[in-house]
Design a protein. Structure first.
Length: 275
């Protein structure tokens, strides 16, 4: 792990591997800089130098409490500044919100931006957060994770039980305490898509065909971003990089390496077409 001291004095860590133009990855909750990308990072490394940021409480990044989503976006921006050249930037779930805010702070340092299903903050209801806080206080992290996936992301019980019985579940539980801080920060975040209307970098919004579309801000962003398209991941839900890594890496790499005009149908104008 490499580290920098961020603008807020926080130690921020990240791993670096591969060769080629820089690609910065920002993980979501219930995961870290390794587990979120474990199946696709080796594929990305064939084409890119991959910088996988460990958000707060992961890797060698400081554990903090009462931090905001904006604080974590500044961490991402600090890492991008340290790289010294423009980057491709990919964020998943909570990490997609961090990536979007970082890109808005540093548009001249972003070549392409990929956002995979950033969740609406209001999707986490106050009573749901209170129930999660109760489970966290009791150290019931297995139930904490299960409740979030079932009640907020609406993962079908049969699918969730299959994940719970797999090797994927232990890393999810291990990250649950750090994810509690993510959920607190997300619930306090006031997302307004209009704030990003001037962000002119090419953006791909990824959405799983099996995901509950109204949980995510995808369509709200597609309505305002000036250089955007939506890429539907056929047969996938919220974890396409894990459930279909080869096709996910192929689709993402195609966008990241394409000529900018090609990514929006050769017009340079906004399109909300699903491809």
């Amino acid at each position: 792990m490499k580290t920098i001291t961020g603008s807020a004095g926080t130690t921020v860590s990240y791993s670096v591997a591969g060769s080629g133009p820089p690609l910065v990855l920002v993980h979501g909750g219930f995961s870290d800089h390794e587990t979120n990308w474990s199946f696709v990072s080796p594929l990305f490394q064939r084409q890119f130098t991959v910088y996988a940021i460990a958000r707060r409480g992961r890797g060698a990044t400081d554990v903090t409490e009462r931090h905001t989503l904006e604080d974590e976006a500044r961490d991402v921006a600090d890492v991008i500044r340290s790289i010294g050249v423009p980057v491709r930037l990919l964020g998943h779930s909570y990490g997609a919100h961090c990536a979007l805010l970082a890109a808005a702070h540093l548009p001249d340092r972003i070549d392409k931006l990929v956002l995979y299903e950033p969740i609406w903050p209001h999707a986490i209801k106050p009573d749901a957060l209170a129930a999660l806080e109760t489970l966290a206080a009791a150290g019931a992290w297995d139930q904490f994770a299960f409740a979030f996936f079932a009640n907020t992301l609406h993962v079908p019980t049969q699918e969730l039980e299959a994940v719970r019985a797999s090797d994927l579940w232990l890393p999810i539980i291990a990250d649950a305490p750090a994810t509690l801080h993510d959920l607190r920060a997300l619930c306090a975040y006031r997302f307004d898509p209009r704030l990003f209307a001037a962000l002119g970098v090419p953006v791909m919004l990824q959405v799983g065909s099996e995901s509950p579309r109204d949980l995510y801000v995808t369509d709200a962003l597609a309505a305002v971003l000036p250089n955007v398209h939506i890429d539907t991941l056929a047969g996938q839900a919220h974890e396409g990089m894990t459930t279909a890594p080869e096709s996910y890496a192929e689709a993402t790499t195609r966008f990241l390496l394409a000529d900018s005009l090609d990514t929006v149908g050769g017009t340079g104008r906004r399109t909300a077409a699903v491809i």
